[in-house]
Ligand binder design. Structure first.
Ligand code: GDP
Ligand code: MG
Length: 834
């Protein structure tokens, strides 16, 4: 009997919990396991929900849920025992004994054979049960199931042989029958019988069973046929990928049947660690729709549905426009709402991908299967070759794959920067024009300073990278939509495994060279939480575009002859730190061995313009939002810290001197002389600004922290630049430009790098020596490389991981690491240089 049938106040022992995985997991966590005592505390007036007492706690369950919990009343159990035991032992029956007995009473496993027609279900059914049902090379005419029962290892096993189906959509009566059987009867284990010699086709049904969130054991039947062909299969690994054990069998000869049954018992007892619920990934658009639909389904009053049918499965079926699923929805209270959401999602998906929602889902399933099979199945000889296979021969070739991959990546970076240079220049000019207009159009006041230095200087400096970002996303979308990205993941998988990550981690890492923010967001494609976290935490070591101007500045100042090499070395150092950090995190924090995932290999496709542009837009919009949000606020704060306090004692009376120079200029007759005076006035303004900065709040903060930074070779101005770089690295160069104003005595037009190179120490024993050496430059660049790229990245880590913990850890980890590395390099370097 089940829990619902108990009367108020009645006591019973739980014998079994049924239902889909998610439901079972939740309810078992609440204490509902075989052998537990449970009491009915109170029935609601209408009999739903019912309150139970278990382990001293009161929990209330809906009828639909309680129906899935099988029990035996204490009275029945005692009666049962008194029939079995000799009368003199009855007085010794205690709680423990009853519990054990209840658990034993629950030793019934209901299994059902599901599989394609002619995969050998009936043969296996007969072998397992000792029955003699007809087997044959034909599809069933009547839709019926055969049942049998037998005993094994103390279990009563009830086995059902279901009609053969290729799928469990609602197209044919057989399919509907099988689907309803699984949902209504909720067998404990579904045995998915596969024709191993025809694996890809057979696995299609398996992907649907996976969506149903049920416990599956797969029989790799016709194993003899498969090996006869000379094919080989790493079935253990395939089992891990699919989240279910695979047992090789030969149904016609009864081989492997014993192993199959043993495996079934193991899985039932929860002893098999290959058995787990995986999600087949249907791509961003579909997954988003699934989430939305599941949210509308997740209502307490819908429990009668969601305890038996996985919300994910139902959502997928609804998106596939599956009639049966739509009928099921009709019966729930918020049917209209769900239907509306589904309609809406289908039209979004179809408009976006330009393809039937069913086709998209089917394609994703075949992509999943292709990926799983490619990794585990070695055919003896090539059979029919599809177009995608043909292209794959080239793109995933043992020798060519890497060169092709590198070439494509190089081309993307090259094009991103060369093509991006033009719009970048337009934006720069536009900002300069705008700044000039504001400068001319407004009288000198604080608001003008704010607009020019705060907004244009800060946000403008960031927005110039937008073209690069847009282009990078354009290419990445092309790679994704064409299907090549999946191959890149595939060929990088081995290398990524070396550092304990999955091939999919490679995508965020590559994207990190553009901008870390969307890169971290793209880590969503990684199924494993551990891999996703590690990937998010190491992505910031991928040197993003915002850090490039800093390198360029220092490299042109000190390494004129080795520009490319040094830049390459910096990027490589970042990669090295990413690898070391991944290894370190894996060993220090995430000891648990992770399970493998399938890398889908979708068919190659010509990308549609609409989808590529849409992808590109979504990602670029994220970058623009970052500029409009975090960067804007941060630059305003930095600007204010540098701008205030305004009332200051200056070393010389700048205002008067500037006014003097300007009067001289206006009275000068020689235009060359006039320009000279104007330039001097400009220099004075810069100097005043610099002195003002020194005494501003940021200057004060910088000087407080400077002692910590001196051992790394940084002075207070560089320290300020590092602090200014916290909101965004784009701010660093701008800050240096403001803090190192041009030399007033020199008439030559000086770039910031020249200015930095020409700085000398003004006092002390080293007076007159250069303030910065190539060593300082390296130390500084390393610091910029290693400490977290920007506030936006930290905010994104928080958002994607759901925890502040990880975001704050990243701040601490990267900053401390940056300090240690720069310290070591500067100190050791100083020893060597002398
Ligand atoms: P069902 O349609 O899934 O119930 O499949 P059947 O059990 O009726 O089997 C279909 C045919 O395949 C029969 O002729 C069986 O004898 C044969 N068969 C079943 N299992 C195996 C196997 O493992 N190897 C080989 N070679 N033949 C098998
Ligand atoms: Mg049959």
């Amino acid at each position: 009997m089940t829990l619902v049938e108990l009367q108020q106040g009645e006591k019973a022992y739980i014998t079994k919990v049924r239902g889909i995985g998610a439901f079972r997991k939740r309810i078992m966590e609440m204490g509902f396991v075989a052998g537990r005592e449970i009491t009915v505390v109170r029935k609601a007036p209408l009999g739903d929900p019912i309150e139970y007492n278990i382990l001293g706690y009161n929990v209330s369950l809906r009828n639909a849920e309680a129906q899935l919990v099988e029990v035996i009343t204490v009275q029945d159990l005692k009666e049962h025992i008194s029939n079995e035991l000799p009368p003199e032992t009855i007085p010794f029956v205690d709680e423990k004994f009853l519990e054990n007995h209840a658990r034993k009473k629950g030793k019934v496993i209901n299994i059902a054979f599901v599989g394609n027609p002619n995969s050998g279900k009936t043969s296996l059914f007969n072998r397992a049960s000792g029955m003699h049902e007809r087997t044959g090379n034909y599809s069933g005419v009547t839709i019926e199931s055969k049942e049998a029962r037998f005993f094994m290892d103390g279990y009563q096993i009830n086995v059902t042989d279901l009609p053969g189906t290729y799928s469990i959509t609602a197209y044919s009566p057989e399919e509907l029958y099988v689907r309803n059987y699984i949902q209504e009867k909720a067998p404990d284990i579904v045995v998915n019988v596969l024709d191993a010699s025809n694996l890809e086709r057979n696995l299609y049904l398996t992907t649907q069973l996976i969506d149903m969130d049920i416990r599956i054991v797969a029989a790799l039947n016709m194993y003899d046929d498969m090996t006869k062909n000379g094919d080989s299969l790493n079935h253990e690994y395939l089992g891990k990928l699919l989240g279910m054990p695979l047992v090789p069998t030969v149904g016609s000869k009864g081989k492997g049947v014993e192993d199959l049954l043993k495996k079934i018992i193991d899985v039932y007892e929860g002893k098999d660690d290959t058995s787990r619920h995986i999600h087949i990934s249907y791509g961003k658009a579909i997954e988003l729709a699934i989430t939305k639909i599941r949210e509308t389904l997740a209502r307490p009053e819908n429990k009668h549905l969601t305890a038996r049918i996985s919300g994910r499965f139902l959502a997928i079926k609804l998106l596939e426009k599956d009639e049966e699923a739509w009928n099921k929805i009709e019966l729930i209270p918020n049917a209209e709402e769900v239907k509306e959401i589904v309609h809406q999602q289908i039209s979004i998906i179809e408009a976006f991908i330009k393809e039937d929602s069913e086709t998209i889902i089917t394609d994703a399933k075949y992509g999943f299967i292709a990926g799983a099979v490619k990794e585990t199945y070695k055919p003896a000889k090539k059979r029919r070759i599809r177009k995608s296979d043909l292209i794959d021969i080239f793109f995933t070739h043992r020798l060519y794959a890497f060169p092709i991959f590198l070439l494509i990546m190089w081309a993307i970076f090259y094009l991103t920067f060369t093509l991006g240079a033009y719009p970048q220049e337009w934006i720069e000019n536009g900002i300069a024009l705008l700044g000039g207009a504001i400068d001319k159009g407004m009288t000198d006041n604080m608001f003008k300073d704010f607009l020019i230095d705060g907004i244009l200087g800060g946000v403008g400096g960031v927005i110039v990278f937008l073209p690069n970002i847009v282009l990078l996303y354009f290419f990445i979308s092309l790679l994704e939509d064409s299907g090549y990205m999946a191959r890149a993941v595939f060929i990088m998988d081995k290398a990524m495994h070396r550092i304990g990550l999955h091939g999919k981690s490679f995508i965020p890492l590559i994207m990190g060279f553009g901008c870390n923010v969307p890169a971290i967001m793209s880590a969503r494609i990684i199924e494993s939480r551990r891999d996703r976290l590690i990937t998010m935490l190491i992505t910031p070591f991928m040197s993003c575009g915002a850090r490039l101007p800093v390198y360029i500045l220092f490299i042109s100042a000190f390494f004129e002859n080795y520009k490319g090499t040094i830049l390459f070395a910096i990027y490589l150092t970042g990669i090295l730190f990413a690898i070391l950090t991944a290894l370190f995190f894996k060993h220090a924090f995430f000891k648990k061995q992770d399970v493998p995932f399938v890398m889908e290999l979708p068919p190659y496709r010509v990308p549609t313009g609409k989808s590529v542009f849409k992808h590109m837009w979504i990602n670029s919009a994220a970058y623009i939002r970052k500029i409009g949000g975090v960067v804007l606020i941060a630059t305003i704060i930095i600007w204010a810290l540098g701008y205030f306090p305004r009332k200051q004692e200056f070393s010389i009376d700048y205002s008067t001197q500037i006014a003097q120079k300007e009067t001289l200029a206006s009275t000068a007759t020689d235009p060359a002389l006039e320009a000279e005076f104007l330039k001097e006035a400009d220099f004075l303004r810069q100097q005043m600004k610099s002195e003002q900065q020194l005494n501003s709040y940021i200057g004060k903060i910088g000087r407080i922290i400077t002692p910590v930074m001196t051992p790394l070779g940084f002075d207070w101005k560089m320290t300020c630049a590092i602090i200014a770089g916290i909101p965004a690295k784009e701010v660093v160069v701008g800050t240096l430009g403001v803090l190192f104003p041009p030399d007033i005595n020199s008439s030559a037009d000086q770039s910031i790098s020249e200015r930095i190179r020409n700085q000398v120490i003004l006092s002390g024993p080293d007076k007159g020596k250069p303030l910065f050496t190539p060593l300082t430059a390296i130390s500084f660049m390393l610091f910029i490389l290693i400490y977290f790229p920007c506030i936006g990245v930290i905010a994104t880590i928080k958002k994607e991981s759901g925890r502040w913990k990880y975001a704050l850890f990243e701040v601490g980890y990267t900053t401390v690491l940056a300090w240690i590395v720069s310290f070591a390099v500067y100190q050791l370097g100083s020893l060597v240089v002398g």
